[in-house]
Design a protein around this ligand. Structure first.
Ligand code: NDP
Length: 294
């Protein structure tokens, strides 16, 4: 495999260590602890797992972590009232509403309510708006997209001047990652389900970010030799050889792509671990903003 593996686990570990060091310094300076409050509505098992991993990561970094659980039958008003209460609580620095919310709840209305200074997921339209505006700096950058950039930067991959292709244009990954690459002076092409000649577009890219949600969709033959490939996809596919009967793969055909690329992220162990690491960084930042230390 000629490509160099981008070790997301190790890079995430370094980011988490830095967040822990900064937390210790802030606790010593202010006597207060940066704290993340998570709102979990309903009993989606994946959401429960994500929220408990985030809580554990906070505690390991010396941060406070509070989880508010509401039943799947919670009303829009109940969820919104909880967010308002957390906005007003000076002991809560970051608020994370775990998505998706149960059917019938208006996610956008809930996200819009989160105080801008506590929006550690970075999904408030004001934060996204500032991310895509020239010369504006958002308070917070969404965690997974920011994690993709951190992987490139910490692997010494030049972004400025590079041709970057982002496959996927979701609000949570594709669009913010494209904005971040543009802000870092890459020339960015955003591709989606209506893009013509996708393989040709990808072949132009020095940096490819795949955020599609389709297992092993991007083929090795699409990759420009030496390109950096960041695979955001997390797809569970059947694998009878495993005890669990399944395994995780990305949106890139890893084996083929690794033969051609210069750098590549594995799945799991690439972008995945970065999301929680960047959430810790954002929670430290929220604390600093709220205490006039940013
Ligand atoms: P969405 O389903 O919201 O978006 C998928 C995007 O891919 C859309 O823009 C869609 O285009 C595009 N797409 C779909 N099919 C094709 C196709 N045939 N050709 C080209 N483009 C296509 O997914 P997300 O952005 O939420 O997630 C993407 C992947 O990243 C998923 O596997 C998800 O699990 C993973 N993920 C991982 C995270 C992490 O590592 N922590 C966090 C978030 C997501 P169109 O807009 O035209 O429909």
């Amino acid at each position: 495999m000629p490509a160099k593996l981008i070790d997301g686990k190790a890079i995430a570990e370094a980011v988490r260590r830095e967040a822990a060091e900064e937390t210790a310094a802030l606790v010593a300076k202010t006597g207060m602890t940066p704290t993340l409050a998570a709102v979990l509505v309903g009993d989606n098992p994946a959401s429960q797992t994500y929220v408990s991993s985030k809580g554990r990561a906070c505690e390991e970094a010396g941060m406070g972590s509070i989880t508010h659980r509401l039943p799947a039958t919670a009303t829009q008003t109940e969820v919104e009232d909880l967010v308002r209460q957390l906005n007003a609580d000076p002991n809560v620095n970051g608020i994370l509403v775990q998505l998706p919310l149960p059917k019938g709840l208006n996610e956008q209305a809930v996200l819009d309510l989160i105080s801008l200074n506590k929006d550690v997921d970075g999904f408030h339209p004001m934060n996204i708006g500032q991310l895509v505006m020239k010369g504006r700096i958002p308070q917070f950058i969404p965690c997974t997209p920011n994690g993709c950039i951190e992987l490139l930067v910490r692997s010494g991959i030049a972004i400025a001047g590079a041709d970057a292709v982002v496959v996927g244009r979701s609000n949570i990954v594709g669009i913010p990652v494209a904005a971040l690459l543009n802000n870092a002076d890459a020339t960015v092409t955003i591709c989606h389900s209506k893009t013509r000649d996708l393989p040709d577009k990808v072949r132009q890219a020095d940096i490819v970010v795949a955020a599609i949600g389709r297992p092993e969709f991007v083929k090795g033959a699409w990759i420009k030799p030496g390109a950096a490939v960041i695979d955001v996809g997390i797809n569970r596919i059947a694998d009878p050889s495993r005890k669990s009967g399944a395994r995780l793969v990305g949106d890139v055909a890893f084996g083929e792509a690794a033969e051609v690329a210069g750098y590549i992220t594995p799945v799991p162990g690439g972008v995945g671990p970065m999301t929680i690491a960047m959430l810790l960084t954002n929670t430290v930042r929220a604390f600093k903003i709220q205490h006039g230390l940013a």
